[in-house]
Design a binder for this molecule. Structure first.
Ligand code: KG4
Ligand code: ZN
Length: 371
């Protein structure tokens, strides 16, 4: 089955065409075309995504990307209906409906399905990879699995029984981990989106330089053991940077401050210190994510850990989680890095899964859709 998919939930416009086959036990995908237009440059001056600008850009980009993809002939059209920014989601839904209407004139069997963006992330590990052999995706070897979805809007831990059954074990009570990366990046005067910037800066820093809090890490209460909280960690970084007692040896470069502005404290911070802050923040965030994931692996005797979402592109998180799962003989599964951040290939795959599961999401933007 050939699937054409559209993704417009946030600041990336994605269009993709894939070929899918196999049932719910062993779906197989072939990526035919994928195109993503990032709006980073447009939103960067505002330090975050501006919904109406996102909408305008999606409207502009969708026909351009579809033209790039070329062949529109598909058996199924899949479009993200939520969660995300509703004005942005609507552009994708309306566009998909228009294409569906036009194509149905000559293809009566064509179907249109709504896709849950979080399921797109969750299923992204099923996408083909150059370095992973097919056999590692034998479902008999991966379930039950623990899945960690980490993005700009979500931090969710799932217990996955099979490709259509899962349970939410916990989620963030305040900021998502990607949001924490983005906010800490702003404090360090780094451009949006902050995740990749923090990761880069952290490589030069000492992760043990500053003891930032690990929120909820030892929470063993039944309603908190798998929940997360990242807003306190971000605030701890802010207080650290503001505290005149902390070592700040030289001025931030003039250019840097001019570009990103001052955030309310006067003292300059040395590059060394900023790298230490980035590395120490990252160490704290990753330690909480990994500890809770491993705790779930042990409690539920999981055979695999599935990592997805934009923050899954972070090499430190990937490497740490892989190392820890390895200690328990547990498989570590994650899509290639380019399919961790928002894209339409994962939406096409999730569209196929929704079709197999007969899962019908209404074709209406739902900003708060859960998984
Ligand atoms: O999944 P995604 O593309 O969009 C949402 O569904 O939210 O995730 C975007 C988030 C942003 O917060 C971004 O800073 C973060 O993923 N991110 C990273 C990295 N690449 C993207 N965070 C840490 N390290 C990275 N390399
Ligand atoms: Zn996403």
């Amino acid at each position: 089955m050939r699937i054409l998919a559209f993704e417009t939930s946030c600041d990336e416009t994605g269009v993709a065409l894939i070929e899918a086959e196999g049932g719910l036990k062993s779906p197989k995908f072939k990526i035919l075309k994928s195109s993503v237009a990032s709006q980073i440059k447009i939103h960067a001056p505002f330090g975050g995504v501006v919904p109406n600008l996102a909408k305008r850009e999606h409207l502009k980009n969708l026909p351009i990307l579809l033209k790039k993809i070329g062949n529109k002939k598909a058996d199924l059209i899949a479009v993200t209906v939520g969660p995300g920014l509703e004005p942005a989601l609507w552009t994708g839904i309306t566009f998909a409906q228009q294409i569906y209407k036009a194509e149905r004139k000559t293809n009566k069997k064509l179907k249109l399905v709504g896709v849950n963006h979080l399921e797109g992330h969750l299923y992204s590990f099923l996408l083909p990879q150059k370095t992973v052999r097919r056999e590692t995706l034998d479902v008999r070897q991966i379930f039950p699995a623990v899945a960690l979805i980490v993005s700009g809007g979500h931090t969710i831990l799932l217990l996955v029984k099979d490709l259509k059954t899962w349970k939410v074990l916990g989620e963030t009570r305040d900021d998502a981990v990607g949001e924490a990366y983005d906010k800490v990046a702003r404090l360090l005067r780094l451009p949006y989106p902050g995740g990749p910037e923090i990761e880069r800066l952290a490589k030069r820093g000492n992760p043990r330089a500053i003891e930032f809090p690990r929120p909820m890490i030892y929470d063993n209460s039944p309603d908190g053991e798998y929940d997360f909280s990242f807003s306190g960690l971000k605030t701890a970084v802010l207080y650290y940077l503001r505290d005149p007692k902390n070592p700040n040896t030289s001025e931030l470069s003039e250019k840097h401050t001019q570009k990103f502005g001052s955030f309310g404290w006067n003292s300059g911070h040395s590059d060394r210190l900023l790298a230490d802050v980035a590395a120490s923040f990252q160490a704290a965030a990753v330690e909480v994510l990994v500890k809770k994931t491993i705790k779930a692996v042990r409690e539920f005797d999981a055979q695999a850990v599935i990592l997805s979402g934009g923050v899954a592109a972070n090499q430190f998180l990937r490497a740490t989680l892989k190392k820890e799962t390895g200690k328990f003989g547990v498989n570590f599964l994650a899509a290639e890095r380019k399919y961790n951040t928002d894209n339409a290939v994962m939406i096409a795959a999730a569209g196929y899964m929704a079709y197999l599961r007969k899962k019908k999401y209404p074709l209406r933007a739902n900003g708060n859709l859960g998984i």
